[in-house]
Design a protein around this ligand. Structure first.
Ligand SMILES: NC(=O)c1ccc[n+]([C@@H]2O[C@H](COP(=O)([O-])OP(=O)(O)OC[C@H]3O[C@@H](n4cnc5c(N)ncnc54)[C@H](OP(=O)(O)O)[C@@H]3O)[C@@H](O)[C@H]2O)c1
Length: 282
């Protein structure tokens, strides 16, 4: 197989673990002429980058903050998940035609599928891009009753609009409200889609241990550290848990499947991700 170039674009990209995950996978499979690079691209440079992808035949790229929405105007088509969430994190280049995917959605679906039942109630902490991906993934799993928790009406209102437009039976709540405790206590699925608990603030948790619902599955999207305080608390209370590192590796593995139409060496990618997160923490 001839060599191919892959990239992650974003701003910043310096601390991303994607280059390590993909380059380790390439090495493991003997694909020595494939290379994955992180590229800092500003919003103004996005159009030029898309032109360069077509011109140079860059085989595929991942997209991170702040380009997940903006990149869509430079693509030829979108898959169902990307179209529903209106955000793209993977682009596949087939002979100059660029197609956008959202493997955050597919990763969340894969990880939550064993735990979710059709009439479950979900509480999603956060109103950003990750919360939107969770909302669509849960909807695809037929979990349509969802509550979103935020700090400000400015972000809660658009989140509610986004969800309702897609047929989600959505409600919104503010962090710290009494209503929140009540709502969380009856949740079947609790998703943290905020950065609370992320390195270096590893002792923080988005909700207190006492209000973690008894029978819920608790999914924390934070991947650094792999076991957050929220997950530790939930495990100690006997809850089932899903971690952000699994999501990080699964979304990358789904990108690999899109580009290569074959299964990736997931454990190699997981080890590479863990190692580079440890190096980052020093
Ligand atoms: N594991 C994975 O593969 C994966 C994939 C995607 C994202 N993530 C993680 O998910 C988290 C969210 O990412 P995102 O892309 O959705 O970011 P985002 O678009 O910036 O949204 C972040 C959300 O968290 C809220 N928030 C931030 N700080 C908070 C605090 N101290 N207390 C309460 N709420 C707070 C924000 O509230 P405001 O609206 O009030 O600012 C916003 O609603 C990040 O930690 C990211 O690393 C993980």
């Amino acid at each position: 197989m001839s060599g191919s170039l892959f990239a992650l674009i974003g701003d910043p990209v310096e601390h991303s673990v994607s280059p390590q995950m993909f380059n380790e996978a390439f090495r493991h499979l003997g694909l020595h002429s494939h290379l994955y690079v992180g590229l800092r691209i500003t919003p103004r440079e996005l159009g030029q980058f898309a032109a360069a992808v077509r011109l140079l035949g860059i085989r595929g790229f991942n997209v991170t903050i702040p380009h997940k929405q903006r990149v869509m105007s430079h693509l030829d088509s979108l898959d169902r998940g990307a179209s529903r969430v209106q955000a793209v994190n993977v682009v596949d280049n087939r002979r100059g035609k660029l197609k956008g995917f959202n493997t955050d959605v597919t990763a969340i679906m894969k990880l939550l599928k064993p735990h979710v039942h059709a009439s479950d109630r979900a509480v999603v902490l956060g109103c950003g891009g990750a919360a939107r991906a969770a909302a669509i993934a849960l909807l695809e799993l037929n979990c349509s009753e969802q509550a979103f928790v935020g700090r400000r009406l400015k972000t809660l209102k658009p989140m509610a609009r986004f969800a309702k437009q897609r047929g989600i039976d959505a409600s919104t709540l503010k962090f710290g409200s009494d209503e929140l405790k009540r709502c969380i206590s009856s949740a079947d699925i609790l998703v943290n889609a905020t950065p609370v608990g992320m390195y270096p603030n590893i002792n923080r948790t988005p909700i207190d241990r006492e209000i973690i619902p008894k029978h819920a599955v608790v999914f924390d999207m934070v991947y650094n550290p792999a076991e957050t305080r929220l997950l530790r608390n939930a495990k100690a209370r006997g809850n089932r848990v899903v971690g952000g590192l699994d999501m990080l590796v699964t979304q990358a593995a789904e990108a690999f499947r899109i580009w290569f139409s074959e299964n990736p060496p997931i454990e190699v990618m997981r080890r590479a991700a863990r190692r580079s997160l440890e190096e980052f923490r020093g």
